[in-house]
Structures are given as C-alpha cells and as structure tokens.
Design a protein around this ligand. Structure first.
Ligand code: AMP
Ligand code: MN
Ligand code: MN
Ligand code: MN
Length: 288
C-alpha cells in the first residue's frame, strides 16, 4: 500500500489541478493521498468529486498545510483528516489569507523599488483562485525574465535576506495545532529537515511541538539520505510523536513523484494508524 500525506494543487502553489493530482496519484499507484494546500482547503471538494465521478481507487485524506511563525522562522504544520468546514479552522484560513495578501502587496512594493513593476498583479494572476504564495512571485519573476529560475528568484528577492523579503505574521504553532484538533484532525510537523536548524534547535522545536499537543512529524521525504531518515526516526520516538510520510509534491519533476521513495523506519508509530481503518493500516505495516 502506497501512502503520501503531503501534496499541493492549484488551490495553492501546485501546478496540477486537484483533479489532475488525484488522477496522477492513481497512475502512480498511490492508495492514500492527503491534499495539503498552503492555508486553504479549497482544492478538496474538486479532488473528491473527481474521485467519485471517475470511480478512482484512491482514499483522499482532507488536509491543509498551515504556515506558522516561530521565533523568526516559518514552520509548516500539516493537518490531516480535518473537517474543512470547521468554523475555527475557517477563521484561521481567513486570517492567513489576509496575511498573505498584505505580505504580497509589500513584496510587490519592494520589487517595484527594484524596478520590477506589476509583480503583485502578476503573482495574483498566476495564483488565480488559489492561495497567493511566494512561489507565484517566483514564477512571475522568471516569466518576466528577471530571474533564470525560481531558486534564483528566492535567492535574490524572495527568500530571507532577499531584496523583497517581507517578515511574516502567521499564526503560532500552538494556534495551528489547536484549530487542526478542533477540526478533528491530527497535527503533523512538516519537513523538519528543511528549516536549516542545528540538531539542538531542531530537538527544541520537536519538544515544543509535542508539548503544545502536536501529534506527529514527517520522518520520510523523498531525496533523503538513510542517515537523515534514521535520525528523524530517532528524534520522532524521543519526542513521543507519530511518524508521517509525504512527497510535498508541487509539480511533475524528473526527480520527484507522488508516493515514491517514502518509507518509515520500523520502530516508529505511523500516523495513519489513527487515520485509516485498521485492516488497511496493518497491510501497509506488513509490507514495511
Ligand atoms: P509562502 O508560503 O508564500 O512563503 O511560499 C513558500 C512556497 O514557496 C513553498 O511552499 C515552496 O513551495 C516555495 N519555495 C520556498 N522556497 C523556495 C525555493 N528556495 N525555491 C523554490 N521554491 C521555494
Ligand atoms: Mn509550496
Ligand atoms: Mn512546507
Ligand atoms: Mn508543502
């Protein structure tokens, strides 16, 4: 059984529509997929409708990836198995949408000072009805010939220390966990290896995450060394958290695919034990 609990669609900064995403998951023989767009649940209805209409053999987990401010860092918390209509969750989504809009406008003003006009409007157009992210600004900068690729757009303008970097005002980790719980979901710390933290600080983050009620952390991601996976597994157990797996798929890339290269060390507790019906979960564990 193939499980992938972290993916994006055009509802945020993914390149596939929710329908295209679930079809691709099935083509890749994924059995369980969580759609976890940035600060929005708007892709879930289309994804589910497509699964029903085309009778796709895929279990969709309702998800979201909430951006959080911690110290000066941006930490991402994935919610799995949420009720997208929960009013507390909707409240946070509206708050984050406003923060995204304000930050986007300020990014636009800073780019304007760098002689790059119309970036806010350009990014908005690329985002369409989806959540506005820096990835849309990066795409605009590449499309207009200001940067060679998205990575360079982040390095020069959008990332920390970049010329158009704007400090963030997201919800706290505790608030994100709380609304995920109110929505009936499980809170998962996303891609712990990507925050560029020293081991000491990463362990501090994991401790805090568990202390304020976090349920799990991502232990398996694609393109990960066996040592990194083993370390994350160890720290996951130490923090008393469950373990999750996710590709963080945004777009078809030669080096990244839905559901691929994801597996857990044997001695961690999979988060899907609490998400899936018992027999499905045990099948997957036997294959590990
Ligand atoms: P935001 O949530 O608006 O801050 O946008 C962050 C998104 O931009 C992430 O979810 C990634 O998909 C993308 N991103 C972040 N850093 C980079 C980078 N260095 N290169 C390319 N994409 C990035
Ligand atoms: Mn993204
Ligand atoms: Mn993320
Ligand atoms: Mn993500």
């Amino acid at each position: 059984m193939r499980i992938d609990l972290h993916s994006h669609s055009t509802a945020s900064d993914g390149r596939l529509t929710p329908s295209e995403l679930v079809r691709r998951a099935v083509a890749q023989e994924v059995d369980v997929l969580a759609l976890t767009d940035h600060d929005t649940v708007l892709g879930l209805a289309e994804a589910r409708a497509c699964i029903v209409a085309e009778a796709l053999p895929l279990e969709l987990i309702n998800g979201i990836e909430i951006s959080c401010s911690w110290e000066s860092l941006e930490i991402h918390v994935v919610g799995l198995g949420i009720d997208p209509d929960c009013s507390a969750l909707q409240g946070v989504i509206i708050q984050q949408e406003a923060a995204r809009k304000e930050r986007g406008q300020e990014i636009g003003r800073r780019l304007e000072k760098q002689k790059i006009p119309e970036a806010y409007a350009g990014a908005l157009a690329l985002a369409g009805n989806g959540a506005l992210t820096r990835a849309h600004f990066a795409r605009y900068l590449v499309a207009e010939g200001h940067c060679q690729n998205q990575q360079k757009a982040f390095d020069k303008y959008l990332g920390r220390g970049g010329k158009a970097y704007v400090p963030h005002h997201w919800v706290s980790i505790a608030e994100a966990i709380d609304v995920i719980h109110q929505a009936g979901g499980l809170a998962v710390l996303a891609h712990p290896g990507r925050y560029k933290l020293s081991t000491k600080w990463l362990k501090r983050l994991l401790e805090l995450f568990a202390q304020v009620g976090g349920d799990a952390m991502e232990v398996s991601l694609p393109q990960q060394s066996p040592q990194e996976r083993a370390n994350l597994g160890q720290w996951c157990r130490d923090a008393g958290l469950k373990a999750s797996v996710g590709s963080d798929f945004h777009a078809p890339m030669p080096w990244l695919e839905l559901g691929k290269n994801l597996w857990l060390p044997k001695d961690v507790t999979p988060v899907w034990d609490s998400l899936l019906v018992a027999n499905e979960s045990s099948t997957f564990r036997e294959e590990l």
